[in-house]
Design a protein around this ligand. Structure first.
Ligand code: AMP
Length: 543
Protein backbone atom coordinates (compact mmCIF):
# COMPACT_ATOMS: atom_id res chain seq x y z
CA UNK A 1 0.00 0.00 0.00
CA UNK A 2 1.44 3.38 -0.91
CA UNK A 3 0.12 5.13 2.20
CA UNK A 4 -0.21 4.24 5.82
CA UNK A 5 -3.98 4.33 6.32
CA UNK A 6 -4.83 2.54 9.57
CA UNK A 7 -8.18 4.31 10.01
CA UNK A 8 -9.45 3.37 6.57
CA UNK A 9 -8.09 -0.15 6.94
CA UNK A 10 -9.81 -0.61 10.30
CA UNK A 11 -13.17 0.69 9.05
CA UNK A 12 -13.01 -1.36 5.87
CA UNK A 13 -11.82 -4.59 7.51
CA UNK A 14 -14.30 -4.13 10.37
CA UNK A 15 -17.31 -3.53 8.14
CA UNK A 16 -16.46 -6.03 5.41
CA UNK A 17 -15.62 -8.95 7.71
CA UNK A 18 -18.58 -8.09 9.95
CA UNK A 19 -20.81 -8.13 6.88
CA UNK A 20 -19.52 -11.53 5.76
CA UNK A 21 -19.77 -13.04 9.23
CA UNK A 22 -23.14 -11.39 9.87
CA UNK A 23 -24.50 -12.85 6.62
CA UNK A 24 -23.13 -16.25 7.59
CA UNK A 25 -24.75 -15.96 11.02
CA UNK A 26 -28.01 -15.07 9.31
CA UNK A 27 -27.80 -18.21 7.16
CA UNK A 28 -27.04 -20.32 10.20
CA UNK A 29 -29.97 -18.67 11.98
CA UNK A 30 -27.91 -17.38 14.90
CA UNK A 31 -27.81 -13.79 16.15
CA UNK A 32 -25.83 -11.50 13.79
CA UNK A 33 -24.07 -10.19 16.90
CA UNK A 34 -22.25 -13.55 17.12
CA UNK A 35 -21.03 -12.93 13.57
CA UNK A 36 -19.83 -9.40 14.37
CA UNK A 37 -17.98 -10.57 17.49
CA UNK A 38 -16.37 -13.37 15.53
CA UNK A 39 -15.34 -10.86 12.85
CA UNK A 40 -13.58 -8.96 15.63
CA UNK A 41 -11.75 -12.08 16.76
CA UNK A 42 -10.62 -12.65 13.15
CA UNK A 43 -9.11 -9.18 12.77
CA UNK A 44 -7.92 -9.10 16.37
CA UNK A 45 -4.35 -9.56 17.59
CA UNK A 46 -4.84 -13.09 18.93
CA UNK A 47 -5.52 -14.76 15.61
CA UNK A 48 -3.08 -14.94 12.67
CA UNK A 49 -3.38 -12.70 9.63
CA UNK A 50 -4.31 -9.03 9.37
CA UNK A 51 -4.58 -7.20 12.67
CA UNK A 52 -6.71 -4.07 12.78
CA UNK A 53 -5.93 -1.16 15.09
CA UNK A 54 -7.74 -1.95 18.34
CA UNK A 55 -7.56 1.62 19.64
CA UNK A 56 -9.10 3.02 16.48
CA UNK A 57 -11.77 0.33 16.53
CA UNK A 58 -12.67 1.29 20.09
CA UNK A 59 -12.92 4.95 19.15
CA UNK A 60 -15.14 4.13 16.18
CA UNK A 61 -17.31 2.05 18.49
CA UNK A 62 -17.71 5.15 20.70
CA UNK A 63 -19.35 6.90 17.75
CA UNK A 64 -21.83 4.03 17.66
CA UNK A 65 -22.56 4.52 21.36
CA UNK A 66 -23.04 8.26 20.84
CA UNK A 67 -25.49 7.83 17.98
CA UNK A 68 -27.40 5.09 19.78
CA UNK A 69 -27.80 7.14 22.92
CA UNK A 70 -28.72 10.20 20.88
CA UNK A 71 -31.46 8.16 19.20
CA UNK A 72 -32.77 6.97 22.55
CA UNK A 73 -32.71 10.51 23.90
CA UNK A 74 -34.82 11.63 20.94
CA UNK A 75 -37.58 9.29 22.06
CA UNK A 76 -37.27 10.23 25.69
CA UNK A 77 -38.52 13.24 27.57
CA UNK A 78 -37.40 14.49 30.94
CA UNK A 79 -40.82 13.39 32.15
CA UNK A 80 -40.15 9.81 31.01
CA UNK A 81 -36.84 9.85 32.79
CA UNK A 82 -38.27 11.25 36.00
CA UNK A 83 -41.20 8.85 35.88
CA UNK A 84 -38.88 5.89 36.41
CA UNK A 85 -36.49 7.49 38.88
CA UNK A 86 -38.14 5.87 41.88
CA UNK A 87 -37.18 2.43 40.68
CA UNK A 88 -34.17 3.17 38.45
CA UNK A 89 -32.06 5.00 41.04
CA UNK A 90 -32.32 2.59 43.96
CA UNK A 91 -32.48 -0.35 41.57
CA UNK A 92 -29.30 0.47 39.73
CA UNK A 93 -27.45 1.36 42.92
CA UNK A 94 -28.53 -1.82 44.68
CA UNK A 95 -27.61 -3.87 41.65
CA UNK A 96 -24.19 -2.25 41.40
CA UNK A 97 -23.62 -2.92 45.10
CA UNK A 98 -24.79 -6.53 44.80
CA UNK A 99 -22.78 -7.33 41.69
CA UNK A 100 -19.70 -5.64 43.13
CA UNK A 101 -20.04 -7.75 46.27
CA UNK A 102 -20.21 -10.91 44.15
CA UNK A 103 -17.16 -9.83 42.15
CA UNK A 104 -15.30 -8.99 45.32
CA UNK A 105 -16.14 -12.43 46.72
CA UNK A 106 -14.70 -14.14 43.65
CA UNK A 107 -11.62 -11.90 43.73
CA UNK A 108 -10.92 -12.78 47.36
CA UNK A 109 -11.25 -16.50 46.56
CA UNK A 110 -8.73 -15.99 43.75
CA UNK A 111 -6.40 -14.25 46.18
CA UNK A 112 -6.54 -10.68 44.80
CA UNK A 113 -6.56 -7.57 46.96
CA UNK A 114 -9.76 -5.93 48.18
CA UNK A 115 -9.29 -2.92 45.89
CA UNK A 116 -8.75 -5.22 42.91
CA UNK A 117 -11.91 -7.07 43.90
CA UNK A 118 -13.90 -3.85 44.10
CA UNK A 119 -12.77 -2.69 40.65
CA UNK A 120 -13.42 -6.16 39.25
CA UNK A 121 -16.89 -6.27 40.80
CA UNK A 122 -17.70 -2.78 39.57
CA UNK A 123 -16.69 -3.78 36.05
CA UNK A 124 -19.08 -6.73 36.23
CA UNK A 125 -21.92 -4.54 37.45
CA UNK A 126 -22.40 -2.23 34.43
CA UNK A 127 -24.33 -3.27 31.37
CA UNK A 128 -23.42 -2.30 27.82
CA UNK A 129 -25.49 0.49 26.32
CA UNK A 130 -25.22 -0.95 22.83
CA UNK A 131 -26.30 -4.47 23.74
CA UNK A 132 -29.17 -3.27 25.90
CA UNK A 133 -30.53 -0.77 23.39
CA UNK A 134 -30.29 -3.14 20.45
CA UNK A 135 -32.17 -5.81 22.36
CA UNK A 136 -34.91 -3.33 23.30
CA UNK A 137 -35.07 -1.84 19.80
CA UNK A 138 -35.38 -5.29 18.20
CA UNK A 139 -38.55 -5.66 20.24
CA UNK A 140 -39.63 -2.08 19.76
CA UNK A 141 -39.73 -1.86 23.53
CA UNK A 142 -37.74 1.32 24.25
CA UNK A 143 -40.89 3.34 24.85
CA UNK A 144 -42.72 0.73 26.89
CA UNK A 145 -42.77 0.85 30.69
CA UNK A 146 -40.20 -1.95 30.82
CA UNK A 147 -38.00 -0.19 28.29
CA UNK A 148 -38.16 3.08 30.19
CA UNK A 149 -37.10 1.40 33.41
CA UNK A 150 -34.20 -0.34 31.64
CA UNK A 151 -33.04 2.92 30.02
CA UNK A 152 -33.40 4.88 33.28
CA UNK A 153 -31.41 2.17 35.02
CA UNK A 154 -28.73 2.45 32.34
CA UNK A 155 -28.47 6.20 32.83
CA UNK A 156 -27.93 5.75 36.57
CA UNK A 157 -25.27 3.10 35.92
CA UNK A 158 -23.67 5.45 33.46
CA UNK A 159 -23.52 8.25 36.02
CA UNK A 160 -22.08 5.88 38.61
CA UNK A 161 -19.39 4.87 36.13
CA UNK A 162 -18.53 8.47 35.37
CA UNK A 163 -17.82 8.90 39.06
CA UNK A 164 -15.92 5.61 39.29
CA UNK A 165 -13.66 6.46 36.36
CA UNK A 166 -12.78 9.85 37.79
CA UNK A 167 -12.22 8.50 41.28
CA UNK A 168 -10.14 5.47 40.35
CA UNK A 169 -6.79 7.26 39.86
CA UNK A 170 -7.13 9.01 43.22
CA UNK A 171 -8.05 5.75 44.93
CA UNK A 172 -5.01 4.13 43.29
CA UNK A 173 -2.80 6.91 44.68
CA UNK A 174 -4.31 6.32 48.08
CA UNK A 175 -3.67 2.57 47.87
CA UNK A 176 -0.12 3.04 46.62
CA UNK A 177 0.54 5.56 49.35
CA UNK A 178 1.17 8.45 46.91
CA UNK A 179 -1.41 10.50 48.81
CA UNK A 180 -2.45 9.80 52.35
CA UNK A 181 -5.20 12.33 52.68
CA UNK A 182 -8.69 10.85 52.27
CA UNK A 183 -10.22 14.29 51.86
CA UNK A 184 -8.78 14.46 48.32
CA UNK A 185 -11.25 11.71 47.39
CA UNK A 186 -14.18 13.60 48.87
CA UNK A 187 -13.14 16.82 47.13
CA UNK A 188 -12.87 15.06 43.77
CA UNK A 189 -16.24 13.42 44.25
CA UNK A 190 -17.78 16.81 44.95
CA UNK A 191 -16.15 18.50 41.96
CA UNK A 192 -17.22 15.66 39.63
CA UNK A 193 -20.81 15.79 40.82
CA UNK A 194 -20.76 19.55 40.38
CA UNK A 195 -19.56 19.18 36.79
CA UNK A 196 -22.26 16.62 35.97
CA UNK A 197 -24.90 18.89 37.50
CA UNK A 198 -23.45 21.86 35.60
CA UNK A 199 -23.69 20.00 32.32
CA UNK A 200 -27.27 18.90 32.91
CA UNK A 201 -28.30 22.41 33.97
CA UNK A 202 -26.62 23.95 30.93
CA UNK A 203 -28.40 21.53 28.61
CA UNK A 204 -31.80 21.95 30.20
CA UNK A 205 -31.65 25.72 30.46
CA UNK A 206 -29.55 26.99 27.55
CA UNK A 207 -29.37 23.97 25.24
CA UNK A 208 -33.08 23.36 25.37
CA UNK A 209 -33.74 26.79 23.89
CA UNK A 210 -30.86 27.16 21.47
CA UNK A 211 -30.50 23.72 19.94
CA UNK A 212 -34.09 23.05 18.78
CA UNK A 213 -34.31 26.62 17.50
CA UNK A 214 -31.13 26.15 15.51
CA UNK A 215 -32.39 22.92 14.02
CA UNK A 216 -35.69 24.51 13.04
CA UNK A 217 -33.85 27.28 11.30
CA UNK A 218 -31.79 24.75 9.35
CA UNK A 219 -34.92 22.78 8.46
CA UNK A 220 -36.43 25.93 6.98
CA UNK A 221 -33.46 26.43 4.68
CA UNK A 222 -34.87 23.38 2.88
CA UNK A 223 -31.45 21.81 2.47
CA UNK A 224 -31.45 18.15 3.35
CA UNK A 225 -27.69 18.04 3.46
CA UNK A 226 -27.50 20.89 5.96
CA UNK A 227 -30.18 19.30 8.10
CA UNK A 228 -28.28 16.03 8.20
CA UNK A 229 -25.07 17.86 9.08
CA UNK A 230 -26.86 19.82 11.79
CA UNK A 231 -28.21 16.66 13.40
CA UNK A 232 -24.80 14.98 13.37
CA UNK A 233 -23.15 18.13 14.70
CA UNK A 234 -25.57 18.27 17.59
CA UNK A 235 -25.21 14.59 18.49
CA UNK A 236 -21.44 14.36 18.16
CA UNK A 237 -20.69 17.94 19.21
CA UNK A 238 -22.66 17.85 22.45
CA UNK A 239 -21.31 14.40 23.34
CA UNK A 240 -17.75 15.47 22.72
CA UNK A 241 -18.18 18.79 24.49
CA UNK A 242 -19.76 17.06 27.47
CA UNK A 243 -16.85 14.66 27.69
CA UNK A 244 -14.06 17.17 27.26
CA UNK A 245 -15.48 20.10 29.23
CA UNK A 246 -17.53 18.39 31.91
CA UNK A 247 -15.93 14.94 32.22
CA UNK A 248 -19.32 13.40 31.48
CA UNK A 249 -19.36 10.23 29.37
CA UNK A 250 -20.01 10.47 25.63
CA UNK A 251 -23.12 8.35 26.09
CA UNK A 252 -24.62 10.65 28.69
CA UNK A 253 -23.82 13.75 26.65
CA UNK A 254 -25.45 12.27 23.56
CA UNK A 255 -28.50 11.18 25.52
CA UNK A 256 -29.09 14.73 26.73
CA UNK A 257 -28.50 16.14 23.25
CA UNK A 258 -31.22 13.81 21.98
CA UNK A 259 -33.55 14.47 24.87
CA UNK A 260 -33.63 18.22 24.43
CA UNK A 261 -34.52 17.72 20.77
CA UNK A 262 -37.04 15.02 21.62
CA UNK A 263 -39.97 17.33 22.08
CA UNK A 264 -39.36 19.15 18.82
CA UNK A 265 -41.48 18.31 15.78
CA UNK A 266 -38.27 17.51 13.95
CA UNK A 267 -37.14 14.73 16.25
CA UNK A 268 -38.49 11.97 14.05
CA UNK A 269 -36.64 13.28 11.04
CA UNK A 270 -33.52 13.72 13.12
CA UNK A 271 -33.74 10.10 14.24
CA UNK A 272 -34.10 8.91 10.66
CA UNK A 273 -31.07 10.90 9.52
CA UNK A 274 -28.75 9.22 12.00
CA UNK A 275 -30.07 5.69 11.52
CA UNK A 276 -27.74 4.33 8.83
CA UNK A 277 -24.61 5.70 10.50
CA UNK A 278 -25.80 4.52 13.87
CA UNK A 279 -26.25 0.96 12.67
CA UNK A 280 -22.88 0.84 10.93
CA UNK A 281 -21.03 2.12 13.98
CA UNK A 282 -22.95 -0.13 16.37
CA UNK A 283 -21.66 -3.05 14.32
CA UNK A 284 -18.13 -1.74 14.77
CA UNK A 285 -18.76 -1.79 18.50
CA UNK A 286 -19.18 -5.56 18.44
CA UNK A 287 -16.17 -5.95 16.17
CA UNK A 288 -14.04 -3.96 18.59
CA UNK A 289 -15.19 -6.16 21.48
CA UNK A 290 -14.31 -9.28 19.53
CA UNK A 291 -10.84 -7.88 18.88
CA UNK A 292 -10.08 -7.78 22.58
CA UNK A 293 -10.87 -11.43 23.14
CA UNK A 294 -7.91 -13.66 23.87
CA UNK A 295 -9.07 -17.28 23.49
CA UNK A 296 -6.18 -18.41 25.74
CA UNK A 297 -8.12 -17.30 28.83
CA UNK A 298 -10.59 -20.15 28.29
CA UNK A 299 -7.77 -22.67 28.71
CA UNK A 300 -5.79 -20.82 31.36
CA UNK A 301 -8.56 -19.82 33.76
CA UNK A 302 -11.59 -21.96 32.97
CA UNK A 303 -13.20 -21.98 36.43
CA UNK A 304 -12.74 -18.32 37.27
CA UNK A 305 -14.23 -17.62 33.82
CA UNK A 306 -17.27 -19.77 34.53
CA UNK A 307 -17.74 -17.97 37.86
CA UNK A 308 -17.37 -14.54 36.17
CA UNK A 309 -19.94 -15.37 33.52
CA UNK A 310 -22.28 -16.78 36.18
CA UNK A 311 -22.08 -13.51 38.13
CA UNK A 312 -22.85 -11.48 35.00
CA UNK A 313 -25.65 -13.64 33.68
CA UNK A 314 -27.29 -15.08 36.78
CA UNK A 315 -26.08 -13.04 39.74
CA UNK A 316 -26.84 -9.64 38.27
CA UNK A 317 -30.13 -10.61 36.72
CA UNK A 318 -31.39 -12.24 39.88
CA UNK A 319 -30.63 -9.08 41.84
CA UNK A 320 -32.34 -6.91 39.21
CA UNK A 321 -35.32 -9.25 39.04
CA UNK A 322 -35.82 -9.18 42.81
CA UNK A 323 -35.50 -5.41 42.97
CA UNK A 324 -38.04 -4.79 40.19
CA UNK A 325 -40.46 -7.26 41.75
CA UNK A 326 -39.94 -5.69 45.17
CA UNK A 327 -41.09 -2.40 43.68
CA UNK A 328 -44.34 -4.06 42.73
CA UNK A 329 -43.82 -4.31 38.96
CA UNK A 330 -45.21 -7.30 37.05
CA UNK A 331 -43.19 -10.41 36.33
CA UNK A 332 -42.82 -9.50 32.65
CA UNK A 333 -41.24 -6.13 33.45
CA UNK A 334 -38.83 -7.72 35.91
CA UNK A 335 -37.82 -10.35 33.37
CA UNK A 336 -37.19 -7.78 30.60
CA UNK A 337 -35.18 -5.48 32.84
CA UNK A 338 -33.05 -8.27 34.26
CA UNK A 339 -32.47 -9.91 30.87
CA UNK A 340 -31.42 -6.62 29.33
CA UNK A 341 -28.87 -6.05 32.12
CA UNK A 342 -27.41 -9.58 32.08
CA UNK A 343 -24.32 -8.56 30.11
CA UNK A 344 -21.33 -6.24 30.36
CA UNK A 345 -19.60 -4.07 27.79
CA UNK A 346 -17.83 -0.85 27.06
CA UNK A 347 -17.64 0.62 30.56
CA UNK A 348 -16.29 -2.63 31.91
CA UNK A 349 -13.44 -2.51 29.37
CA UNK A 350 -12.63 1.06 30.25
CA UNK A 351 -12.61 0.25 33.98
CA UNK A 352 -10.51 -2.86 33.37
CA UNK A 353 -8.02 -0.96 31.21
CA UNK A 354 -7.71 1.88 33.69
CA UNK A 355 -7.47 -0.51 36.65
CA UNK A 356 -4.61 -2.52 35.14
CA UNK A 357 -2.92 0.67 33.93
CA UNK A 358 -2.93 2.04 37.47
CA UNK A 359 -1.60 -1.24 38.83
CA UNK A 360 -4.58 -1.94 41.07
CA UNK A 361 -6.09 -4.71 38.95
CA UNK A 362 -4.18 -7.89 38.01
CA UNK A 363 -4.02 -8.58 34.23
CA UNK A 364 -5.87 -11.87 34.68
CA UNK A 365 -8.83 -9.91 36.02
CA UNK A 366 -8.87 -7.84 32.83
CA UNK A 367 -8.79 -11.01 30.73
CA UNK A 368 -11.71 -12.43 32.72
CA UNK A 369 -13.70 -9.22 32.22
CA UNK A 370 -13.10 -9.22 28.46
CA UNK A 371 -13.95 -12.91 28.08
CA UNK A 372 -16.95 -12.49 30.38
CA UNK A 373 -18.16 -9.62 28.23
CA UNK A 374 -17.94 -11.49 24.96
CA UNK A 375 -19.62 -14.59 26.41
CA UNK A 376 -22.41 -12.63 28.07
CA UNK A 377 -23.04 -10.57 24.91
CA UNK A 378 -23.20 -13.81 22.90
CA UNK A 379 -25.59 -15.34 25.39
CA UNK A 380 -27.80 -12.24 25.63
CA UNK A 381 -30.16 -12.96 22.71
CA UNK A 382 -30.85 -16.43 24.15
CA UNK A 383 -31.39 -15.06 27.62
CA UNK A 384 -33.76 -12.47 26.22
CA UNK A 385 -35.70 -15.09 24.29
CA UNK A 386 -35.93 -17.30 27.36
CA UNK A 387 -37.09 -14.42 29.49
CA UNK A 388 -39.43 -12.55 27.20
CA UNK A 389 -40.10 -14.59 24.08
CA UNK A 390 -38.87 -14.30 20.50
CA UNK A 391 -37.53 -11.06 19.10
CA UNK A 392 -40.25 -9.25 17.20
CA UNK A 393 -43.14 -10.54 19.23
CA UNK A 394 -43.69 -8.40 22.22
CA UNK A 395 -44.92 -9.66 25.53
CA UNK A 396 -48.60 -8.97 25.57
CA UNK A 397 -49.41 -10.63 22.24
CA UNK A 398 -53.02 -10.44 21.13
CA UNK A 399 -54.97 -7.59 22.57
CA UNK A 400 -58.62 -7.17 21.90
CA UNK A 401 -59.79 -3.60 21.88
CA UNK A 402 -63.30 -2.79 23.03
CA UNK A 403 -64.96 -5.50 21.03
CA UNK A 404 -67.08 -7.78 23.12
CA UNK A 405 -68.75 -9.30 20.06
CA UNK A 406 -65.45 -10.19 18.39
CA UNK A 407 -64.84 -13.91 18.17
CA UNK A 408 -61.49 -14.95 19.67
CA UNK A 409 -60.54 -16.98 16.63
CA UNK A 410 -62.14 -15.46 13.54
CA UNK A 411 -62.35 -17.38 10.31
CA UNK A 412 -62.55 -16.04 6.78
CA UNK A 413 -61.26 -12.80 8.22
CA UNK A 414 -59.05 -10.08 6.81
CA UNK A 415 -55.59 -9.45 8.17
CA UNK A 416 -54.39 -5.88 7.90
CA UNK A 417 -50.66 -5.29 8.26
CA UNK A 418 -49.69 -1.75 9.28
CA UNK A 419 -51.89 0.75 11.09
CA UNK A 420 -50.36 3.97 9.83
CA UNK A 421 -51.62 6.56 7.35
CA UNK A 422 -52.92 3.90 4.98
CA UNK A 423 -54.00 1.08 7.30
CA UNK A 424 -55.98 3.42 9.52
CA UNK A 425 -58.08 4.67 6.61
CA UNK A 426 -58.78 1.12 5.46
CA UNK A 427 -59.87 0.08 8.93
CA UNK A 428 -62.04 3.19 9.33
CA UNK A 429 -63.82 2.57 6.05
CA UNK A 430 -64.47 -1.11 6.66
CA UNK A 431 -64.65 -1.81 10.35
CA UNK A 432 -67.15 -4.35 11.58
CA UNK A 433 -66.90 -6.87 14.40
CA UNK A 434 -64.53 -9.70 13.69
CA UNK A 435 -63.68 -8.46 10.27
CA UNK A 436 -60.15 -7.26 10.77
CA UNK A 437 -57.13 -8.48 12.59
CA UNK A 438 -54.49 -5.75 12.58
CA UNK A 439 -50.78 -6.45 12.89
CA UNK A 440 -48.68 -3.44 13.84
CA UNK A 441 -45.15 -3.21 15.23
CA UNK A 442 -45.56 0.03 17.11
CA UNK A 443 -47.55 0.00 20.33
CA UNK A 444 -48.44 3.67 20.24
CA UNK A 445 -50.03 3.23 16.82
CA UNK A 446 -52.44 0.64 18.15
CA UNK A 447 -53.25 2.72 21.18
CA UNK A 448 -54.35 5.93 19.53
CA UNK A 449 -57.16 6.33 17.04
CA UNK A 450 -60.46 4.65 17.69
CA UNK A 451 -59.83 1.05 16.84
CA UNK A 452 -63.24 -0.29 17.81
CA UNK A 453 -64.08 -3.80 16.75
CA UNK A 454 -60.55 -4.62 15.72
CA UNK A 455 -58.25 -7.25 17.08
CA UNK A 456 -54.71 -5.94 17.48
CA UNK A 457 -51.54 -7.94 17.45
CA UNK A 458 -48.36 -6.14 18.35
CA UNK A 459 -45.49 -7.54 16.39
CA UNK A 460 -43.66 -7.73 13.10
CA UNK A 461 -45.74 -9.39 10.40
CA UNK A 462 -42.54 -10.67 8.75
CA UNK A 463 -42.35 -13.17 11.61
CA UNK A 464 -44.37 -16.31 10.75
CA UNK A 465 -45.19 -16.75 14.46
CA UNK A 466 -47.00 -13.39 14.37
CA UNK A 467 -48.93 -14.40 11.26
CA UNK A 468 -49.95 -17.60 13.03
CA UNK A 469 -51.16 -15.55 15.97
CA UNK A 470 -53.41 -13.77 13.49
CA UNK A 471 -54.84 -17.14 12.44
CA UNK A 472 -53.47 -16.79 8.95
CA UNK A 473 -54.53 -20.36 8.08
CA UNK A 474 -58.17 -19.38 8.39
CA UNK A 475 -57.93 -15.90 6.90
CA UNK A 476 -59.45 -15.00 3.55
CA UNK A 477 -57.51 -11.84 2.76
CA UNK A 478 -54.22 -10.17 3.63
CA UNK A 479 -53.84 -6.41 3.20
CA UNK A 480 -50.24 -5.28 3.25
CA UNK A 481 -50.51 -1.57 4.08
CA UNK A 482 -46.87 -0.92 4.91
CA UNK A 483 -44.60 1.38 2.88
CA UNK A 484 -41.73 -1.08 2.33
CA UNK A 485 -42.63 -3.18 -0.71
CA UNK A 486 -39.74 -5.58 -0.31
CA UNK A 487 -40.53 -6.16 3.34
CA UNK A 488 -44.15 -6.72 2.28
CA UNK A 489 -42.81 -9.33 -0.16
CA UNK A 490 -41.25 -11.30 2.69
CA UNK A 491 -44.56 -11.16 4.58
CA UNK A 492 -46.48 -12.32 1.47
CA UNK A 493 -44.11 -15.24 1.03
CA UNK A 494 -44.55 -16.40 4.63
CA UNK A 495 -48.30 -15.90 4.41
CA UNK A 496 -48.62 -18.00 1.26
CA UNK A 497 -46.53 -20.76 2.80
CA UNK A 498 -49.01 -20.94 5.67
CA UNK A 499 -52.15 -20.39 3.59
CA UNK A 500 -51.70 -20.84 -0.18
CA UNK A 501 -55.31 -19.78 -0.85
CA UNK A 502 -55.11 -16.38 0.82
CA UNK A 503 -55.85 -13.35 -1.32
CA UNK A 504 -53.17 -10.68 -1.04
CA UNK A 505 -53.55 -6.97 -1.72
CA UNK A 506 -50.33 -5.05 -1.29
CA UNK A 507 -49.09 -1.46 -1.26
CA UNK A 508 -46.00 -0.39 -3.20
CA UNK A 509 -44.11 2.78 -4.03
CA UNK A 510 -42.02 1.81 -7.05
CA UNK A 511 -42.32 -0.26 -10.21
CA UNK A 512 -39.69 -2.66 -8.92
CA UNK A 513 -41.74 -3.28 -5.81
CA UNK A 514 -44.86 -3.88 -7.89
CA UNK A 515 -43.04 -6.44 -10.04
CA UNK A 516 -41.52 -8.12 -7.01
CA UNK A 517 -44.80 -8.41 -5.12
CA UNK A 518 -46.63 -9.73 -8.18
CA UNK A 519 -43.90 -12.31 -8.73
CA UNK A 520 -44.25 -13.52 -5.16
CA UNK A 521 -47.96 -14.07 -5.61
CA UNK A 522 -49.74 -10.87 -4.55
CA UNK A 523 -53.14 -10.69 -6.29
CA UNK A 524 -53.30 -6.90 -6.49
CA UNK A 525 -50.56 -4.37 -5.97
CA UNK A 526 -51.50 -0.72 -5.53
CA UNK A 527 -48.69 1.65 -6.37
CA UNK A 528 -49.13 4.83 -4.33
CA UNK A 529 -47.53 7.31 -6.73
CA UNK A 530 -49.45 5.95 -9.71
CA UNK A 531 -52.76 6.42 -7.86
CA UNK A 532 -51.84 9.97 -6.90
CA UNK A 533 -50.92 10.76 -10.50
CA UNK A 534 -54.13 9.20 -11.81
CA UNK A 535 -56.23 11.27 -9.44
CA UNK A 536 -54.39 14.47 -10.32
CA UNK A 537 -54.86 13.77 -14.02
CA UNK A 538 -58.56 13.15 -13.52
CA UNK A 539 -58.89 16.46 -11.66
CA UNK A 540 -56.96 18.19 -14.41
CA UNK A 541 -59.27 16.79 -17.01
CA UNK A 542 -62.35 17.74 -15.02
CA UNK A 543 -61.36 21.41 -14.89
P1 AMP B 1 -47.83 4.47 7.02
O1 AMP B 1 -46.68 4.48 6.07
O2 AMP B 1 -48.07 5.76 7.72
O3 AMP B 1 -49.10 3.87 6.41
O4 AMP B 1 -47.42 3.49 8.21
C1 AMP B 1 -47.11 2.14 8.03
C2 AMP B 1 -47.30 1.39 9.34
O5 AMP B 1 -46.94 0.04 9.17
C3 AMP B 1 -46.47 1.92 10.49
O6 AMP B 1 -47.32 2.17 11.57
C4 AMP B 1 -45.50 0.80 10.78
O7 AMP B 1 -45.22 0.71 12.18
C5 AMP B 1 -46.24 -0.42 10.33
N1 AMP B 1 -45.36 -1.51 9.89
C6 AMP B 1 -44.30 -1.42 9.06
N2 AMP B 1 -43.73 -2.63 8.85
C7 AMP B 1 -44.48 -3.51 9.57
C8 AMP B 1 -44.41 -4.93 9.76
N3 AMP B 1 -43.47 -5.66 9.18
N4 AMP B 1 -45.33 -5.51 10.58
C9 AMP B 1 -46.29 -4.77 11.16
N5 AMP B 1 -46.40 -3.45 11.03
C10 AMP B 1 -45.51 -2.81 10.25
Amino acid sequence: MPHHTPLIATIVAGLVIAFIMGALAHRLRVSPVAGYLFAGVIIGPFTPGYVADADLATELAEIGVILLMFGVGLHFSLKDLLSVRRIAVPGALAQIAGATALGLGLALILGWSVVAGLVFGLALSVASTVVLLRALQARDAVKTERGKIAVGWLIVEDLAMVLALVMLPVIADLVNGAVSDGSAVARLLFVTLLKVAGFIALMLIVGKRLIPAGLHWVAHTGSRELFRLAVLSIALGVAFGAASLFDVSFALGAFFAGMILGESQLSRRAAEETLPLRDAFAVLFFVSVGMLFDPAVVVEQPWPLVATVAIIIFGKSLIAYLIVRAFGHPNETALTVSASLAQIGEFSFILAGLGTGLGILPPEARDLILAGAILSILANPFIFSLAVGRAPVRGSGVREVAAPATPASPTGHTILVGFGRVGRLIAAAHSGPGKFVVIETRTERTEDGEPRGLIFIEGNAADPAVLEQADIEQAARLLLAIPGGFEAGAIAQNALALNPAIQIIARAHSDDEVAYLKKLGADHVIMGEREIAARMVSLLEAT
